[in-house]
Design a protein around this ligand. Structure first.
Ligand code: XLS
Ligand code: NI
Ligand code: NI
Length: 437
């Protein structure tokens, strides 16, 4: 086992009154909420790319992060040592899962063959560490956006060879995800989009993206990989317009190309807000379509217009997210993956602990608050009442498809005017939420 965090003991639950910054105040993994352990509701994962590859670099300056275990080289030795440190971190934090891109964990070589060999060497260490700690892979993915070859996209590139390279890369990423027993695999669009329509054949690019995903589905079967496939919507960044722009756009694309049975969605808070939605909206769109799969947990900044990927600490946000997650029956293969990074100014290793501890506590609180709101029942009862005109009479007939325009006209001609509306009571409902926060 690595000893990068020798001075930090395992993070324990100490209850709401603890003032120990390296303890949980709300995340109590074995505590039962709605008949299930907290850890099984939340299924937290650490994102390897932010937590172990993030340097704090931004367009205006170099990295600031102090990572004593990392020698800054792209050597295999460094990559392997980093894996050991990552597992030491996750073990001390007490998260059951992690997520990674192929290129987060192993360096690219000069050829695809060499790159694959590097990946195999590091995956061997990852497997050892998974076995040693019991920490599992929530999902794997391929980085199809950092290398200059992907300048015009991967599956939507104008260069057919780049499509082929991306296919080879995803094939390998699926194999290692399978090898590591991953519960899922994510397709986030990377550079699948455009910066100007003047040089873009959108129809052709979308057809290619669908072909790519069909091939992935086919290879998944061939491999015997049983994990869940997810698409992760995002409206912009790095491109001006990403094809998987939001949950509704993804659903439309998946349906149009007969891919819907094979995919669920991985919804990210900051991507929802970039799309001009709340994350609750995106979760509802996914949930209503039966494809609410997993969540990339983070939050943006109200005043900044990009994907700031901050650790989620807002209790209203986590409460609303938990209300939707519980409503749709919770996760099966998915979980809360902290697609979040510490600020450039928070450059010490210990800040990685503070970021995760705060976010885990925020979701634990959100879970407890949402469960209390559900137990109280006033919110659900209000909604039930609000739609009660559909339970009997003409409403029930419409829902059952047992009427038509002619009959509805006759019904209204006889009645003369619709029954009066009732108040939406938004303020009252907001006050009820606040009673529990
Ligand atoms: C980027 C995405 C990315 C995916 C995985 O904005 O959130 O990190 O989660 O490729
Ligand atoms: Ni993400
Ligand atoms: Ni993101």
């Amino acid at each position: 086992m690595a000893k990068a965090f020798a001075n930090i003991k395992k993070i324990e639950y100490e209850g709401p009154n603890s003032r120990n910054p390296l303890a949980f105040r709300h995340y109590n993994p074995d505590e039962i909420v709605e008949g299930k352990k907290m850890k099984d509701h939340l299924r937290f994962a650490v994102a390897y790319w932010h937590t172990f590859r993030g340097t704090g670099a931004d367009p205006f300056g170099l990295g600031t992060a102090i990572r004593p275990w990392d020698d800054g080289t792209a050597s295999l030795e460094n990559a392997k040592r980093r894996v050991r440190v990552a597992f030491e971190f996750m073990e001390k934090l007490g998260v059951p899962f992690y997520t990674f891109h192929d290129r987060d964990v192993a360096p690219e070589g000069k050829t695809l063959r060499e790159t694959n060999k590097n990946l195999d060497a590091v995956v061997k260490v990852m497997k050892e560490e998974q076995e040693r700690t019991g920490i599992k892979l929530l999902w794997g993915t391929a980085n199809l956006f950092s290398h200059p070859r992907y300048v015009h996209g991967a599956a939507t590139s104008c260069n057919a060879d780049v499509f082929a390279y991306a296919a080879a890369q995803v094939k390998k990423a699926l194999e290692v995800t399978h090898e590591l027993g991953g519960a899922g695999y994510v397709f986030w669009g990377g550079r699948e989009g455009y910066t100007t329509l003047l040089n873009t054949d959108m129809k052709r690019e979308l057809d290619h993206l669908a072909k790519f995903l069909h091939m992935a589905v086919e290879y998944k079967k061939q491999l015997g990989f049983k994990g869940q496939f997810y698409i992760e919507p995002k409206p912009k960044e790095p491109t001006k317009h990403q094809y998987d722009s939001d949950a509704a756009a993804c659903l439309n694309f998946l349906r149009q190309y007969d891919l819907l049975p094979h995919f669920k969605l991985n919804i990210e808070t900051n991507h929802a807000t970039l799309a001009g939605h709340t994350v609750q909206h995106e979760l509802e769109v996914a949930g209503a379509a039966g494809v609410l799969g997993s969540i990339d947990a983070n939050m943006g900044d109200d005043l900044l217009g990009w994907d700031t990927d901050q650790f989620p600490t807002n209790i209203y946000l986590t409460t609303h997210i938990m209300l939707v997650v519980l409503k749709y029956g919770g996760f099966t293969t998915g979980g809360f993956n902290f697609d979040a990074k510490v600020r450039r100014e928070s450059f010490e290793p210990i800040d990685l602990f503070y970021g995760h501890i705060g976010a885990m506590d925020a979701f634990a609180r959100g879970l407890k608050i949402a469960a209390a709101i559900r137990k109280d029942g006033r919110l659900a009862e209000f909604i039930r009442q609000r739609y009660s005109s559909w339970d009997t009479g003409i409403g029930a007939k419409i829902e059952q498809g047992k009427t038509n325009f002619v009959e509805l006209e006759a019904y209204m001609l006889k009645k003369g005017e619709a029954a009066p509306n009732t108040s939406g009571r938004q303020e009252l409902l907001e006050n009820i939420i606040n009673e529990f926060i």
